[in-house]
Design a binder for this molecule. Structure first.
Ligand SMILES: NC(=O)c1ccc[n+]([C@@H]2O[C@H](COP(=O)([O-])OP(=O)(O)OC[C@H]3O[C@@H](n4cnc5c(N)ncnc54)[C@H](O)[C@@H]3O)[C@@H](O)[C@H]2O)c1
Length: 251
């Protein structure tokens, strides 16, 4: 779909845009004709040289001043912001009885506070500019539960509700807000859990009705559609990109 979506004239900011899904979305937006800025806590060595067409902004989504400054830089570099992807996020994967408060706070801070600060800043700019579109990267675990991921599931279900609540509040401002809910995608986020022995990819593939994991490009395609004019009546929705995982309720 990214090949078909036309994002000419759009100016987009992606948080967590230097890796995994964020980078795949940033590159797909570019291919579709948008100008794109990525905001990330970690800008890998060589990233600027490898992606000269992306505006790079270093910052932390958990820090209100850093987010504010990052948006100002993106606005200055791109001229305006038509779409923002609140995508930065981390996993939390261990038995809840072993989870301490610090780890709980960390995942809430990045996945939920970070999403709030990003949407808040985006909303203010878009309200002043006459509208725009926001996507929150939630997860299928914001919609269905999994064990030993309490902070992750709770934070992602929060981003699902954030999309709905903001969508109905900001519709009159011309701002659309949606969430995407990917299934397992093989990014550094998932590779790390595989290395720690916390995920078995073969089992995950078998559990997925489509029999395979999702690719970053498939998530990016859905994002291209959602920020495009083709999705102009779509707001407050959660779009699952999970190969059928959340629909499955049999054995
Ligand atoms: N990979 C999956 O299977 C999967 C599935 C569903 C949802 N998601 C969600 O997709 C999003 C992206 O995940 P990914 O798989 O691409 O992971 P990733 O680890 O490859 O990328 C995450 C990016 O976010 C950045 N980041 C983390 N904390 C930050 C902070 N405080 N401020 C700014 N940037 C920060 C990281 O530096 C990194 O570049 C996350 O919200 C994740 O929960 C991932």
């Amino acid at each position: 779909m990214s090949g078909q979506a036309n994002l000419e004239g759009q100016h987009v900011l992606v948080t967590g845009g230097c890796s995994g899904l964020g980078l795949a979305m940033a590159l797909a937006f570019r291919r579709a004709g948008a100008r794109v800025a990525v905001f990330d806590r970690t800008i890998p060595e060589g990233f600027a040289a490898a992606h000269p067409h992306l505006v790079l902004i270093a910052g932390d989504v958990t820090d209100p001043a850093s987010v504010h400054e990052g948006f100002a830089k993106a606005q200055a570099a791109l001229g305006r912001l038509d779409a923002v992807i609140a995508n930065a996020g981390v996993s939390q994967n261990k038995p809840t009885l072993d989870l301490d408060f610090e780890e709980w706070r960390r995942v809430m801070s990045i996945n939920l506070d970070g999403a709030f600060l990003t949407c808040h800043e985006a909303g203010r700019l878009m309200a002043a500019n006459g509208g725009g579109s926001i996507i929150l990267t939630a997860s299928m675990y914001g919609v269905v539960a999994a064990p030993e991921r309490l902070g992750y599931c709770v934070s992602k279900s929060g981003t699902v509700m954030m999309a709905k609540a903001l969508a109905i509040e900001w519709a009159k401002l011309g701002i659309r807000v949606n969430a995407i809910a990917p299934g397992y995608v093989r990014t550094p986020f998932v590779e790390e859990l595989v290395e720690l022995g916390r995920l078995d990819l073969e089992k995950l593939e078998k559990r997925t009705p489509m029999g395979r994991l999702i690719t970053p490009e498939e998530v990016a395609d859905a994002a291209c559609f959602l920020i495009s004019d083709a999705a102009r009546a779509i707001t407050g929705q959660v779009i699952g990109i999970d190969g059928g995982w959340t629909a499955y309720g049999y054995l």
